[in-house]
Ligand binder design. Sequence first.
Ligand code: PMT
Length: 406
Amino acid sequence: MQVHPARPRILLGVTGGIAAYKAAELVRRLRAMGAEVQVVMTKAATRFVTPWTLQALSGRPVRTRLWDQTAEAAMGHIELARWAERVVIAPASADFLAKLRAGLADDLLSTLCLATEAPIAVAPAMNRRMWRHPATQENLAVLKKRGVQVWGPATGAQACGETGPGRMLEAAELCERIRAWLRPGPLNGKRVLITAGPTREAIDPVRFLSNRSSGKMGYALAQAAAEAGAQVVLVSGPTALAPPPVAELVRVESAKEMYEAVMARVENTAIFIAAAAVADYTPAVVQPHKIKKETEWLHLELVKTQDILAEVARRPKRPFTVGFAAETERLEEHARAKLERKGLDMIAANKVGKGVGFEVDENCLWVLWPGGARRLPLASKLTLARQLVALIAERYAAKNSAKDSR
Ligand code: PMT
């Protein structure tokens, strides 16, 4: 969605909670930033702060009801949903988060959230027990998966006298987050397809061959690409990680399933990043029943899997294709050979072994492309992912501008 850089149009939803008073300061700061702010309050919110206050600060009539005769005569809620370039719900109560997750539309604010195409952010505020309740956490996980930004809450003293997580972030911090959110990312609107995690190759109904990949590197890349404005499709092998905020998460198990999931989605993809540790070999035959421990030796016949990365790189209208190289020795030499053999646009090489590369939270990468290289030193996988995504965006833009000038 196109944002007016100087005067972004922000729809600020205020729901019921003591933190609603902070919305006044948030409106003031957003206006000072140059934003146009339309406040929509739930009925409960009006018990904590009056619409008059927010109206005076925003310079626009505050909307509170779906059934407002003057506005609704012209389908006002749909117009508002179209008007908004960003929707921010601050504070977002536990009740409102549940509504948003369920897709209810029984008041103006929930209806707007369902009708708008604008990205949505929520700043939760509630009692710490309500925050920690599995129902609230489950609602948030679903919302994040749908791409909703969740900001906060902060931890500290609460209005109810308890201490813990549940305080709404301060207006100044929310304003900074909104400012960063409005800045167009280098991959704005680009479709990025990422593979992550290990694969499992079945031997029989209870056993499989796999590897040490946790999915952390691939998930961090999905998060970084989404932050850069991309529409991310993540094809993931089995992991224990929370889903990042992607447009689509496809869970697969085997190399064959990963291959099929990628090939079904690669069309119209701008950038493909293969961070998964895909099995190179799979059992030739999957036994239908559990193999019994009857012989001294057990011979497994393995066949090569299809190389997903090489296959994507071979496509006539292929995306900008980035591979990974997991090596235990002669990192740069092997990575450069893979880059050339598979005809890739870029490769990120890392040393792997027990406690290195795989599973751990930190990594370092050697990034190579035709005619260039950059070392990304030891850092958290998310920091590295952000650096790598910035580099990919740079090389992707350079490749496209060279194509255009031909
Ligand atoms: O998941 P983590 O615990 O965070 O660990 C991260 C990581 C070490 C798994 C990751 O950084 C990494 O290196 N991923 C690639 C692992 C790998 O399989 O490397 P490779 O050198 O064997 O394969 C080369 C490339 O071909 C990779 O991009 C791989 O995704 C791809 N490939 C390989 C085989 C196959 N059948 N299909 C493929 O697409």
